[in-house]
Ligand binder design. Sequence first.
Ligand code: NAG
Ligand code: NAG
Length: 282
Amino acid sequence: MYGLFTTACLLLASVTSVIAANSPGCGKAKTITNKQYSMTVNGKNRNYFVWVPSNYNQNNPYRIVYEWHQLGGSAQKIVNGENPNAGGVLPYYGLRDISNNTAIFVVPDGLSQGWGNQNGEDVTFFDQLVKTVESDLCVNDKLRFSTGFSYGGAMSYALACARPDMIRAVAVISGAQLSGCSGGNTPVAYYGQHGTSDSVLNVSMGRQLRDKFVGLNGCQKPASEPQPNGGNSVKTVYQGCKAGYPLTWVIHNGDHNPSQVNSGSSTPFAPANSWEFFTQFT
Ligand SMILES: *[C@@H]1O[C@H](CO)[C@@H](O)[C@H](O)[C@H]1NC(C)=O
Ligand SMILES: *[C@@H]1O[C@H](CO)[C@@H](O)[C@H](O)[C@H]1NC(C)=O
């Protein structure tokens, strides 16, 4: 009798864990508005901005995107954007406008304007952000994403390593392993982008991060390393990856630039590419 009861409970628990995707903020009147907040993490003050769709519906479980700035950048510079035509960034890395009110954005500030992640403190910051923001706002916790350029890409990579069960997919733009990779044993859907003329973080560093997840996701390596097509980027969708863990790599001939465009275009391709990658998951 007890055994049967236990089995039933275990069954129920496992079924629940698969379908329970709505955050504790669902169905509640929100208190968060579009502004800067702060919290204490391991005794340190940490700041972050939140952006909520203008037509927010507390019963709709939203996608949520965590966006990490570059070294020397700031959350404010992601929120406002900064010189996108001169190697800067579009507001919210260009994703908020594309998302058309279908996603919530969280934009944290790094200590010393970076993501050194000493003793995992930035991953802990992420954990606390998830708890705090998602108990106020309605989020589909199976549709949680992370992206960033440069150090922000490194931080997204660190989260893919350390929090694979919390992150549906990452988009790592011109990243390198600067924030560590604690764990790194579990597949995560991975979009990577890098320039062959990157003078700050060599393209080999971006390829190294990619190849970690090529391995974890069980993807086949293409016969030869993908190269840009002159001034046009080349997108490679890796084949043979485990179901649910795709990997896309975009190589271009540019420098360390989150707003790289294709020849003849004035629209940076990272936003549309990463949004397309994120929205394949529903
Ligand atoms: C944005 O979303 C609205 C519905 O909320 C829809 O009517 C509109 O077509 C969407 N725009 C784009 C560009 O997808
Ligand atoms: C990247 O590193 C390779 C190998 O060391 C080197 O040949 C190449 O010039 C570097 N690229 C840039 C843009 O510095």
